[in-house]
Design a protein around this ligand. Sequence first.
Ligand code: ADP
Ligand code: MG
Ligand code: MG
Length: 254
Amino acid sequence: MATLEIRDLHVSVEAENGPREILRGVDLTVKQGETHAIMGPNGSGKSTLAYSLAGHPKYTVTGGSVTLDGEDVLAMSVDERARAGVFLAMQYPVEVPGVSVSNFLRTAATAIRGEAPKLRTWVKEVKEAMAALQMDPAFAERNVNEGFSGGEKKRHEILQLELLKPRIAILDETDSGLDVDALRVVSEGINRVREGGEVGTLLVTHYTRILRYIKPDYVHVFANGRIVESGGAELADKLEDEGYEAYVKGGASE
Ligand code: ADP
Ligand code: MG
Ligand code: MG
């Protein structure tokens, strides 16, 4: 059973006037099969946490540890993290010019599985996953993220999630910029992946609306670079009613 353990994680970024600490002691354990919602005000460091777990070079870990089944994730390269089963769907996905969705997915699957998926079953897998996400088959031939609408980007992320079957999925603001129909389709995709029970999900969000479709096992309030409160799904209802004000008093979130 895969377990991601984050202990007293401190992360800084290089700002104009020197290093600036963004994460200030994050503690969190995510087990396979569990869904954790990380909720907090803008600027509290949620994306920094997501990027740090994926190994983005802009973020410097200055303290603490991250392990996956006891293996030191922080010592792994970005590729090694992906192979170990850590998947990040980014808030602002990047364009990959000249690389089609279908080639991108097959390359990623090859890297993660350690061998190229058999072409015939792979094509079928991709087709089925795309159909489930109500995606036009022609989409597979488009270049990654080039001219994708907000909804297409998110669907593409969930397509990756369904095909790459990570052990830990980090979804950063997957609900942002989606209309209600797209939100439902994307949420159903996430729920299909969760139902397999193989993946531990870290759902990072500012708003509670995606939690109408995806019921988290745990909700964590993130403020000023750390988790300040944890609870069950009912904590999200409280946040919906009361907002984050109570958590950011005495320290600006920016
Ligand atoms: P959230 O996702 O919760 O909105 P972020 O993690 O994006 O928060 O940002 C937290 C804080 O860190 C913000 O004040 C942001 O400006 C700052 N920050 C994040 N990344 C960088 C960076 N690469 N360079 C400078 N500041 C950054
Ligand atoms: Mg600390
Ligand atoms: Mg963010």
